[in-house]
Design a binder for this molecule. Structure first.
Ligand SMILES: *Cc1c(COP(=O)(O)O)cnc(C)c1O
Length: 340
């Protein structure tokens, strides 16, 4: 397979159109077979439910080349399961997870020329999504839906080395208790745009959101879960019903226990405890872990001992182990690395 002529190492994180995408339609109560198409545009009515009432959910994953030259993706079954949960919460028909995985693999295969080579640091980002496509003016779920999967090559996350982030405790809330924080819906992102632009204006990389009801507990950022390391080397992640269940975070917790022999605990984390942690990181598909060097809580600066120049030692081990598993240099648990 001839690769596209792309400067992989200098790619950013922006949309580059690739050759094929998968499209399936739901009509009269059933999904059609779906197929690959070269048409990157979606034509829908001006009154489509997704445009008026934001009835849409999505997933994010990546395909990459392992050390021994295989094209793989990471735990796609969990993305499929999560999209089922997201769809149910927004009254959308489920796109079954086995069909989801099949569609993802098919789309990656069709765009093989865009899967970056091993060692480039770049990956092929995969974006499955689902939206209500027919016209709806009275508030109700759509009757027709489209499921699509497209891919776009993205560059190395840590270009020019790792730079720990500075984040602020946000005065905005991300998710209501018993709301939609636990599903991957576009609506959670629409309402975070103001807060992230404001954070950037004030010189911060990200917002740390607290629980909306008491504003005392750490939840997550706009698009990544937190991991903390205590001074005695225990890995801790916040537990809450309004956090998006990150596949990266769940994998890292298992890596901590089973590969590194660390204690790993999911529990409520209070903003007051931040000063007691040794390390902090953000986890998600894009970066695996981005280290956080500093949290600013209304003028009170909390600087983690790991500093502003590198990942903390435990964060680094977690990162190296999970990326080693993904790249095929460390033996993966059954089913984690799926060959395309
Ligand atoms: C997608 C997402 C994450 C990260 O999830 P992964 O499955 O690890 O990519 C975390 N938080 C939010 C709000 C997200 O939308």
């Amino acid at each position: 397979m001839e690769k596209k002529n792309i400067d992989w190492a200098n790619l950013g994180f922006s949309y580059i159109q690739t050759d094929f995408r998968f499209v399936a339609n739901y009509k009269n109560g059933a999904w059609d077979e779906g197929a690959l198409t070269e048409d990157a545009n979606v034509v829908i009515n001006e009154c489509a439910c997704v445009l008026q009432y934001a009835q849409t959910v999505f997933e994010g994953m990546k395909a990459y080349t392992t050390a021994d030259g295989r094209i793989v993706t990471f735990r796609p079954d969990l993305n499929g399961e999560r999209m089922e949960q997201s769809a149910k919460r927004l009254e959308m028909p489920v796109f079954p997870k086995d069909k989801f995985v099949e569609a993802v693999l098919k789309t990656i295969r069709a765009n093989e020329a865009y899967v970056p080579p091993y060692g480039s640091g770049a990956t092929l980002y995969v974006r499955p999504f689902l939206f209500g496509s027919n016209s709806v003016i009275g508030v109700k779920p759509a009757e027709e839906y489209q499921f699509r999967v497209f891919t776009t090559p993205v560059g190395p996350y840590f270009k020019g080395g790792v730079k720990p982030l500075t984040i602020r405790v946000s005065d905005f809330d991300r998710a209501a208790p018993r709301g939609t924080g636990h599903i991957k819906a576009g609506l959670n992102y629409a309402m975070s745009l103001y807060a992230i632009m404001d954070a950037h204006k004030q010189g911060y990389d990200e917002n740390m959101y607290l629980d909306a009801s008491t504003r005392t507990k750490v939840e997550e950022t706009g698009g990544a879960n937190f991991l903390f390391v205590t001074k005695d080397g225990k890995v801790v992640t916040p537990k809450s019903d309004s956090i998006l269940p990150s596949i990266t975070r769940r994998s890292l917790m298992q890596v901590a226990r089973e590969y590194l022999g660390l204690e790993a605990e999911e529990r409520e984390v209070y903003a007051d405890e931040l000063k007691d942690f040794a390390e902090c990181g953000l986890c998600g598909t894009a970066a695996v872990i981005s280290p956080v060097g500093k949290v600013v809580n209304h003028g009170n600066e909390i600087c983690f001992p790991s500093g502003m120049n590198q990942m903390g030692p435990v964060t680094q081990k977690l990162y190296d182990t999970l990326t080693g598993i993904q790249m095929g240099t460390i033996k993966a648990p059954e089913g984690w690395v799926v060959e395309v």
